[in-house]
Design a protein around this ligand. Structure first.
Ligand code: NAD
Length: 490
């Protein structure tokens, strides 16, 4: 299971028409694998394979589809250690986090397989006697899934598991920098007995193969996780075929800490939710709004706790902070930081690129904490997606909520308080798709991971996530033996 120079289309392993692309290890810059680079024609062939396979797949009883999914979950668990190490090698998150990601990748299949007996419809009384009306849920057909690089295993399951139980066939394109986990998982899908064409994994560039997949007239749904600019591009592309789109895009989560909060919990949570996965999570703590009475104490504790993070080889269990995914991403975060400093931000902790990196050749970036920022500064408004965070002092709860809401993003928000009134006001007034109260993420399988505003229309997980993979069909069944028109009471 070590060859990655082919992709999985219609149940066959095929080389990329364009050739191969190297995948780099962010820890040391070495080439881990050469991965198939597909072209637009191969994208079209994957969609054709999915289209061909879909009627037979949908005709299975959902429990039969679920049985295959349970086998996939078991295989992911059997291969968890190898897969976690692969996630570390291609993406750079610490191994403990990668194990959590892979456990989640298995859980998605178990969770959605359990919907086999739970996909429901609705029955309505008719206006005519002798007639029954019902609405049933049916598969959408062929799904295209596009995913980013920050969770290269979990996001594969997040898209494929609900698609499978719903009776759809799917073509998934991983990010070009992290395709290995999805190709490894495809081998497990094959071993689990996924029929040919039901799942297809194509690899290659976003602007060629991604664009070809999303503009193909033969698709019924696009589900994409990634950045706002790409999401906008995909929505424009999809409009030419009027294909529905579900977008999970960026975030700028406010992290509010009030004077009555459990400070120890708030500090630990602020550190975890900023620096996990080197700050590369859509629900990360991206801007901190700290109540004035506890500001000084909070800042002191937060800086100390951040300094205690151990940056190092992500393969080690002792590591808290691994490398950034790529040099380009690292440079982007450094540029955002420099711009904030030029705009007047004060340094509480300045990390930047270490003089002696933990491993030579990697994309290392130490934590930076900034204060003295204003709500209108770019660092408070644009997604950073790295180990850098601005802190702002707020005089009261209303100011915190007002600054939190003043964002073009609307994915997740955090609140630390034990005041019932503040909690309930936040529930009503904080305009974000998910609110974490006195806790960090990640989101739960049974929740609904959805963003407001530019964080994208649509969502994943739970019954509402599954619903996107199903469409509704209304049935009017006249069993009266007469014309229903004649039966109308008016
Ligand atoms: P990205 O938008 O650069 O890439 C995402 C995917 O889109 C990749 O597979 C890429 O190849 C593909 N792509 C690029 N151009 C395309 C095109 N024209 N047509 C079709 N596909 C195309 O995002 P990224 O840098 O990989 O990921 C980071 C972003 O993802 C961050 O903004 C982060 O917040 C977001 N994210 C969001 C969630 C969420 O659930 N909301 C989860 C994880 C990451």
């Amino acid at each position: 299971m070590t060859d990655y120079d082919t992709m999985w289309i219609g149940g066959r392993w095929v080389p990329g028409a364009v050739g191969t692309r190297p995948v780099l290890n962010p820890t040391d810059g070495s080439v881990i694998a050469e991965v198939a680079e597909g072209d637009a024609a191969q994208a079209a062939s994957a969609i054709a394979a999915a289209r061909l396979a879909q009627p037979a797949w949908a005709a299975l009883a959902p429990v039969q589809r679920g049985a295959i999914m349970h086998r996939i979950a078991g295989l992911i668990r059997d291969h968890a250690d190898t897969l976690a190490r692969l996630v570390v090698r291609e993406q750079g998150k610490p191994i403990a986090e990668a194990r959590g990601e892979v456990a989640g990748a298995a859980e998605f299949f178990t969770y959605f397989a359990e919907f086999a007996r739970r996909i429901q419809g609705e029955i309505f009384p008719s206006d005519a006697p002798g007639e029954q009306i019902w609405i049933q849920r049916v598969p959408v057909g062929v799904v295209v899934a596009i995913i980013p690089w920050n969770y290269p295993a979990a996001l594969v399951s997040r898209k494929i598991a609900p698609s499978m139980i719903a009776g759809n066939c799917i073509v998934l394109k991983p990010h070009e920098e992290t395709p290995l986990s999805s190709l490894y998982m495809a081998r497990l899908f094959e071993e689990a007995g996924v029929p040919e064409g039901v799942v297809n994994i194509v690899t290659g560039a976003g602007d060629t193969i991604g664009a070809a997949l999303t503009s193909d007239p033969g698709i019924d749904l696009i589900t994409m996780t990634g950045s706002v600019p790409t999401g906008k591009r995909i929505m424009q592309t999809a409009s030419s075929n009027l294909v529905p789109v579900s977008l999970e895009l960026g975030g700028k989560a406010p992290f509010i800490v009030m004077d009555d909060a459990d400070l120890e919990l708030a500090v630990a949570s602020a550190v975890t939710s900023r620096f996990m996965n080197c700050g590369q999570v859509c629900i990360c703590n991206e801007r901190m709004l700290i109540h004035a009475p506890i500001y000084d104490e909070f800042v002191a504790r937060f800086v100390t706790a951040t300094q205690a993070l151990r940056m190092g080889d992500p393969m080690l269990d002792t590591t808290d902070l691994g490398p950034k995914i790529s040099l380009a991403e690292l440079e982007k975060v450094e540029r955002i930081t420099q711009e904030a400093l030029a705009a007047g931000a004060e340094v509480l902790l300045r990390g930047g690129r270490p003089e002696t990196p933990p491993v030579a050749g990697g994309n290392w970036l130490k934590p930076t904490i900034l204060a003295g920022v204003r709500a209108d500064m770019a660092i408070m408004r644009d997604e950073i997606f790295g180990p850098v965070v601005p802190l702002m002092k707020v005089s009261d709860f209303d100011e915190a909520v007002s600054i939190a809401n003043d964002s073009r993003y609307g994915l997740s928000a955090y609140l630390f308080t034990n005041d019932f009134s503040r909690i309930m006001h936040a529930v009503h007034d904080v305009r974000f798709g998910e609110i974490y109260i006195n806790r960090v993420g990640p989101e739960a399988l049974q929740g609904y991971h959805t963003g407001y505003r530019n964080s994208g229309p649509g969502g994943d997980d739970g019954i509402h996530g599954l619903d996107a993979y199903l469409r509704k069909k209304t049935v009017y069944a006249n069993y009266s033996g007469r014309s229903p028109v004649a039966l109308m009471p008016w």
